[in-house]
Design a protein. Structure first.
Length: 703
């Protein structure tokens, strides 16, 4: 009997060893793909310029210089001049397409790519053509979720978790998994590789954590077993803890759900005491509620807080969801006949995601007053599965969805189907050569929903310069620039705006009054022509003065040009940026004739610049156009004065983080090759998908 058991145990160990070997082999294979993959590595080189064609090279070289300075008008002229001399100059046409794209002329960009594709078949052109067609068609709808990957508790040695209870994703796409039995938090990056495993340290380790929440880069964890609340930062460093076992104020018996509101209040479901406790961020007790009346709770579990400060509590003992206001007053409740052991609740896109350990995952849409169940799904083996004992769920900024299966010790990951269907949208906006041979690239990485992908590690980038491969590159994000904002303020120089100029500080003061010394604003007067009356500066008094002293113009208002020039001034700035346009809302004839609405929308989207309209009128023909522009650029439309929405303008603009990457490497190209064109290919790997971009530069001749 003993020998038989030993034989079975040995067999299991061999099987598990083979599984681990296959996993390691897969990761090594991915790395080899990144480093050695031959797909489209042939360098683009300058053609052999025949007699009389050297002017094509001169124009191309000048165009590339303007392109990397974000002077797109001059770049376009030079690339077109180059092609007029030498029509089959593929590099000039490629950069002309890129210039059109960054100028907001997407159809023209597509036309140039299609010419290239007809004359020189190339996987890169195909990818760019597909991306542009989707963008022009307005493809941004999220497809249904499909199974993408899983993480098992034993997948990674040193990063084990058992009986996971909760998960969350930070703004950069890092996944955090909370484990009850192993008492730890495991951190994974956007590609699913482990980056951290923390418990709290010596003499302050978590015993049995149940739920956690993220607020301002801090993780607030309810430890069910030790009756304490732990606080870590997202790097895993222990910060503090509070609470103890008991029934009094600041005491817990089995703390479960935990949430932090935008008003910086912590709400904790004290399950054993059948109540909700409210604290400030320093752990000071404020109040408790849920102990009487219609809102009386029995064994509360999950908890979350909506944007309007409504508190949703899973009343596990009564099989319902109870709503309270931020002072603990009962508002209402939500029930479903399938509730058996409801455990957690999350909010995403205004829908409630409720996990029930027995009934599964249910989704409630308050607008449609509809319930739905999370369906069975086909896993990596091709078999259909259902969640065995779901404890919680999470979403990330890309729309990916994570389910926590407590009984199977696993996290299943689902993603919109169209994000897995083709390559990433990678684009190099600029090559920076001022420290040659150290080269920096400003790179934009987006998915097929046109969302910027964040949190990508440097190991996911590869540079190929001519035939030289640079698999290890330097990588920086825009974090150090995201503490300042840049605003281009365009105002309609009409009598209607001039008449309320004295009131402008009343509704613009909330924005400008929040400025720090790092923030900058420029002012553009849109009248018969577009005039920049104040360059990027900090003086709010000068801004108001320039607006008041402008003489109102009657007749034609070239608003389209004012918006276009505002975007042009912003597109080369780093950090959060926005275009704010003050309009009357009255009908303006031909105001978008020179620079039409579609081009301005595409121009703003090419540089991730939201357009915010402040309008004296709330409806009408022009207002409809303004609302459309705001919506399609991820901006805002606000009626002023009196709506009070403008109070949050600074916060809104600050939230528009610059999500580009600065990729750097030291070239092997000698400075003696001054004037030689060098082709660059950038490869990016994210969630099993490859994205590629092409750019290039001329070796500086003055080094």
């Amino acid at each position: 009997m003993f020998l038989e058991l030993r034989k079975n145990q040995t067999k299991l160990e061999i099987q598990k060893g083979m599984q681990n070997f296959l996993k390691i082999s897969l990761r090594i294979g991915i790395l080899i793909c990144l480093i050695c993959m031959p797909f489209f590595t042939a360098a683009d080189e300058l053609p052999d310029f025949r007699r009389g064609k050297s002017k094509a090279k001169d124009n191309f070289k000048m165009g590339l210089k303007y392109f990397h300075r974000a002077q797109f008008g001059a770049a376009k002229e030079n690339f077109i001049a180059s092609l007029s001399v030498m029509e089959d100059f593929h590099l000039a046409r490629k950069f002309l397409s890129d210039t059109y794209f960054l100028s907001g002329e997407w159809q023209e960009s597509l036309n140039e790519l299609e010419i290239l594709d007809r004359s020189r078949k190339n996987p890169y052109w195909k990818n760019r053509i597909e991306v542009l067609r989707l963008l022009i068609a307005g493809e941004g709808k999220t497809h249904p979720l499909t199974f993408y990957n899983k993480i098992l508790g034993d997948d990674y040695r040193g990063y084990r978790f058992e009986n996971p209870t909760d998960a969350l994703v930070d703004e950069n796409g890092n996944l955090f998994i909370l484990s009850f039995k192993t008492g730890n938090i495991v951190k994974f990056d956007t590609n699913g590789f482990p980056r951290g495993n923390f418990k709290g340290g010596f003499a302050r380790s978590m015993k049995g954590p149940m739920f956690f929440t993220l607020f301002k880069n801090n993780l607030y964890v309810s430890d069910f077993t030790s009756d304490k609340i732990y606080v870590f930062n997202t790097k895993g460093y222990f910060k503090t803890r509070f609470g103890k076992k008991g029934t009094g104020k600041g005491e817990f018996i089995g703390p479960a759900g935990i949430a932090v509101s935008s008003r910086e209040k912590i709400y904790i479901a004290d399950s054993g005491n059948n109540r909700i406790q409210k604290y400030d961020l320093d752990g000071n007790f404020l109040q408790s509620f849920g102990t009487k009346g219609r809102g009386k709770l029995y064994s509360p579990a999950g908890i979350t807080v909506s944007e309007d400060e409504t508190i949703y509590v899973v009343d596990k003992g009564h099989r319902r969801i109870v709503n309270f206001d931020d002072e603990g007053n009962y508002i209402g409740e939500l029930t479903h006949p399938d509730f058996i052991r409801p455990r957690s609740i999350k909010i995403y896109n205004n829908k409630l995601y409720i996990t029930d350990e027995d009934a599964g995952l249910m989704i409630y849409d308050p607008q449609k007053v509809e319930w739905s169940h999370f369906p069975s799904y086909m896993d990596e083996t091709g078999k259909y599965n259902t969640l065995l004992r779901p404890f919680s769920c999470a979403h990330d900024y890309t729309g990916a969805f994570y389910t926590i299966d407590n009984a199977r010790h696993r996290v299943d990951i689902f993603t919109p189907r169209n994000t897995l269907g083709s390559n990433l949208n990678v684009f190099v906006e600029k090559v920076i050569l001022n420290r040659f041979p150290d080269i920096s690239l400003l790179v934009n990485v987006k998915d097929r929903l046109n969302k910027n992908l964040k949190g990508i590690n440097r190991s996911a980038f590869r540079i190929i310069e001519n035939e030289n491969i640079y698999p290890l590159v330097g990588l920086a994000d825009m974090k150090r620039f995201n503490d300042r904002i840049s605003v281009a303020f365009v105002f309609e120089n009409s009598p209607a705006i001039h008449n309320i100029s004295e009131k402008i500080p009343g509704f613009m003061g909330h924005l400008f009054g929040s400025f720090t010394e790092k923030d900058r604003v420029e002012v553009i007067r849109a009248g018969n022509d577009s005039v920049r009356v104040y360059d990027f500066g900090y003086s709010v008094l000068d801004v108001y003065s320039k607006i008041r002293k402008s003489q109102a113009e009657k007749g034609f208002i070239n608003l389209g040009k004012g918006i276009f020039e505002g975007i042009s001034d912003l597109n080369d700035r780093l950090g959060p940026k926005a275009l704010v346009v003050l309009v009357s809302g009255e009908k303006l004839d031909n105001s978008f004739k020179q620079y039409d609405i579609i081009r301005n929308i595409q121009y703003a989207n090419a540089h991730s610049i939201p357009i915010i309209f402040l309008s004296l009128k709330g409806d009408g023909e022009m207002v409809s156009q303004y609302k459309d522009m705001a919506e399609k650029t991820d901006g805002l439309f606000i009626k002023v004065p009196g709506s009070q929405e403008e109070k949050n303008l600074y916060k809104f603009i600050k939230s528009k983080k610059d999500k580009r990457y600065i990729v750097s490497y030291r070239t092997k190209t000698a400075s003696e090759l001054g004037g030689k064109y060098m082709d660059i290919q950038v490869d990016v790997f994210h969630r099993r998908i490859i994205g590629k971009a092409r750019t290039g530069y001329f070796v500086p001749e003055d080094n």
